[in-house]
Structures are given as structure tokens and as C-alpha cells.
Write a protein that binds this ligand. Structure first.
Ligand SMILES: [Zn+2]
Length: 437
């Protein structure tokens, strides 16, 4: 692959962003910003030729960093211990093996709070995936639960480490009775104990282990899994375009195997998405799923395929009468139904996450609907919520996406700050769920 540069493109209309996307420029969707009525910007990974092409078309391109492929961060393949979990990342981002070690270590250290569940589908490189169930074993019957997912996109290195740090922090506060202190924010131990007594937290820290291993082997900007895509030109499926939510619409996804948003050959064609589906369907007590990505400091709620509306219930994703009409922002031909009550839930809980994050060092994450960036489908940001609606559950299964930090692989000092602030946002979220469950 030719060298790529990390750049910001400025264009004169939002439609031009969609056009660039269709030309398979690798736009980083979470970075879309409105700079005014006639000015939009988006970050991208671009070759020298693409930069020339774009400037030739009259767009402004500002190169933030030349040659992202040479970005290297040290990785930690040494023995992980509980002390090092206090200080993640200590010497570097965790390797795939170190993440698995950390999972084992948490269960060893906190046997009354943590247990491991295995997922059924081995990855293309034959890695087995596991997740943690975190909560006291007290009381009968399944407790209301929430699920955190990380590491679906390989190059987004901070988030698996973050989720393991978060589990460790909660267990430590629970066990020692000491307050959970995250930067300038503090959660009293009694609240954390209530959270782990009354709810169960499921954590699948590394959805895409093959991809992470590939990134840590020097392919630093790899995003997808490692499916060899037999009979096709390029490797890898974008896990976060492979979920069964309007998958066949093609909105915001690609059928080109070389694209970074290649959606795969069918919905749930990939072991990684099958594992997440299994986890969700196996745990009907789940109330909420949070998929943690990088980057852009965002908290996003459904829908991703189009704008939403709250008055026409039959204008929705499972009504085939609207096939072909979805995915255009700003029009009234189609807007996805989102009930007033659910929007209120998303705004209320989203604000709690936002406040929890801001309390650590003042970073303000933007809360908004996913489609505000540009429309997309097949994501873990919509699938759980849509699945809850389609399966006729009593209570909604809410889903949120958090985009952490301001780059894919921040220097370790900055990664530590991101881990603290987002852990605080997640703790605030847990307490919000607790008070409403
Ligand atoms: Zn991502």
C-alpha cells in the first residue's frame, strides 16, 4: 500500500462529502464537522495522488501528519499484573495476548465479581473470543445488564485497554471500599457497590483480535478484520458495517472488498459480528449496549441511516415500502421513527455520560444522532436497538456509540487521560442506568 497522510478536507457542501465517500476516499466519518452553511470538513487518510486530485477539484486539504503508516507505538507483551492495570497503558498499548492475560487476571483477583464467558465463533485466524461478566453473585435470577464493546476497528488502540481498566477500577472500589477517583472526578464506593450488586456489566473488550494483531505487527492504519475474502481482490471486512441493520441497503457501506467500509458478503457473514449477535441474543436481560470507538469525542445515539421523526410509526427500518428512500439527510421522503420516550432516554443518559467525561479534565464530548455525520448502516450503533424493536421485547434495548479522543493512537500520556475521562463517563452511565432500572 502506498503511504497515506492524515489530513483534513474542507468542502463547500455536505453532499460533496457523500460524493467523496462514493469515490472511495477513506473519510473518517466520525470527524465530519459543519464549519458554517457552506463549509464542511472531514478528516481522511489520503495518498499523495489523492491530495493532488482533491486540490485539483478545488477542495482545501490540510495535512495534519505525513505518513501515518510509520506511526508506531510500543506495545506491551510483557506479563500483565494487577498493578499495571492501575496504570494502563503503562509501557504501551496491550497486545492481543496481554488483553487475554488481563481478562484472566481480573477473574483471578476478583473471583466473586468477575467470570469469563466464551463466544462460539473463532476468528479467521482461529482466535477464540471471551467476555467478562462483572457483578456480585448475590440475589436470585438474572439482574438487569449492560454491555460494553471495544476493539471492533483494529487501529483504534485505546479502547480495549480502557474497558479493562474500567472493570479493574470498579472491582477495586467494590472490594476495597475506597472511592473510585478518576482525575478530578470521584464516585463513592457505596454507589459502585450498589452498581455491581444490582446490575451486571458485560464487557467484550476486543471484538476484532485478528485486526489488532495485524495493526501491532506494523500495519498501523488497518481497520477491518482479516477475512481473506476468497475470490475478491482485497482482504478484510468492516465489522461495523456487517451487522443486520438495513445491511442490504448499501447506505454508507461498500461492496468493494478494497474499501475500508466493505460490508462483507451478507449480514453477519463475519465471526466477529456473529459473536456480538450471540452475546446480545444470549442475554435478554440487557438494557443497553455501548460500542466504544475512536476518534472525535462524540456520544452518538440512533439512528444512523437517516434523520429521525417521532410521529409516523410505520415509517421505519423494517417497512419495505420505504426501501430505496432511506439515507438522504434533510429531506422528508424518509425519516426513521424514534419515539419521544426513547429520544428522551438517549438524551438523558447521553448527558450523564457527557457530564461524567467532562468532570475529569474538561473535554466536552458532543452528543447527537449518528446520522448527523453522514448516513450509514450495518453498525453496532443501530443493530441492538433495532433488534430490541424487532424481537418485541418489553423494554427497549438501547444502543450508544462513543468515539474517544482525538486520534487513533494517541501518545501514552494522552491515552491515559482518555482512559480516565471515558471511564468516568461509563461510571456515570452505569449509575444512570441503576437509578432507572
Ligand atoms: Zn471505529
Amino acid at each position: 500500500m502506498s503511504e497515506r497522510h492524515w489530513a483534513t478536507i474542507t468542502v463547500s457542501s455536505r453532499n460533496l462529502l457523500a460524493e467523496l465517500r462514493q469515490q472511495d476516499f477513506e473519510l473518517l466519518r466520525s470527524t465530519v464537522r459543519s464549519l458554517g452553511p457552506e463549509r464542511w470538513s472531514v478528516d481522511a487518510l489520503l495518498s499523495r495522488e489523492q491530495i493532488e486530485q482533491l486540490t485539483g477539484q478545488g477542495h482545501r486539504v490540510f495535512v495534519k501528519r505525513a505518513m501515518v503508516e510509520t506511526l508506531a507505538r510500543t506495545t506491551q507483551d510483557i506479563q500483565v499484573n494487577i498493578a499495571s492495570l492501575d496504570d494502563i497503558p503503562s509501557d504501551g498499548y496491550l497486545s492481543v495476548a496481554a488483553i487475554e492475560q488481563a481478562i484472566d487476571l481480573l477473574v483471578e483477583k476478583y473471583p466473586s465479581l468477575c467470570q469469563i464467558d466464551k463466544l462460539p465463533h473463532a476468528t479467521h485466524e482461529q482466535r477464540k473470543s471471551r467476555y467478562l461478566r462483572v457483578g456480585s453473585k448475590s440475589g436470585g435470577g438474572p439482574k438487569p445488564a449492560w454491555l460494553l464493546l471495544g476493539g471492533a476497528h483494529a487501529r483504534e488502540l485505546v479502547n480495549p485497554d480502557l474497558l479493562l481498566f474500567f472493570v479493574h477500577s470498579l472491582c477495586k472500589a467494590y472490594t476495597t471500599g475506597e472511592d473510585l477517583v478518576l482525575g478530578a472526578q470521584r464516585y463513592d464506593a457505596a454507589s459502585i457497590q450498589r452498581l455491581l450488586n444490582e446490575m451486571e456489566l458485560l464487557v467484550f473488550p476486543l471484538v476484532n483480535p485478528d485486526g489488532r494483531a495485524y495493526v501491532l505487527n506494523g500495519n498501523t492504519m488497518w481497520r477491518k478484520n482479516r477475512n481473506p475474502n476468497p475470490g475478491m481482490f482485497c482482504e478484510g471486512v468492516d465489522i461495523n458495517r456487517n451487522f443486520g441493520f438495513l445491511w442490504s441497503s448499501g447506505i454508507g457501506t461498500s461492496d468493494n472488498s478494497c474499501s475500508d467500509v466493505f460490508r462483507g458478503t451478507e449480514a453477519f457473514s463475519e465471526p466477529e459480528t456473529q459473536n456480538v449477535r450471540h452475546l446480545i441474543q444470549d442475554n435478554p436481560q440487557l438494557q443497553c449496549v455501548v460500542d466504544v470507538h475512536s476518534y472525535s469525542e462524540l456520544i452518538m445515539y440512533p439512528w444512523g441511516d437517516d434523520d429521525s421523526q417521532d410521529h409516523q410509526e410505520d415509517m421505519n427500518f423494517h417497512n419495505p415500502a420505504y426501501d430505496g428512500k432511506r439515507g438522504v439527510l434533510g429531506d422528508t421522503a424518509y425519516r426513521e421513527y424514534l419515539s419521544k420516550e426513547d429520544l428522551e432516554w438517549y438524551l438523558r443518559v447521553g448527558r450523564q455520560v457527557q457530564t461524567g467525561i467532562e468532570a475529569v479534565r474538561g473535554r466536552v464530548y458532543t452528543l447527537g444522532p449518528s446520522a448527523d455525520l453522514y448516513p450509514t448502516t450495518g453498525t453496532a450503533g443501530d443493530y441492538p436497538y433495532a433488534h430490541g424493536i424487532e424481537s418485541g421485547r418489553d423494554k427497549p434495548l438501547y444502543s450508544l456509540t462513543i468515539e474517544t479522543g482525538r486520534e487513533f493512537q494517541p501518545p501514552l500520556d494522552e491515552a491515559r487521560q482518555i482512559i480516565l475521562e471515558v471511564s468516568s463517563g461509563l461510571a456515570a452511565m452505569g449509575l444512570a442506568l441503576l437509578s432507572s432500572s
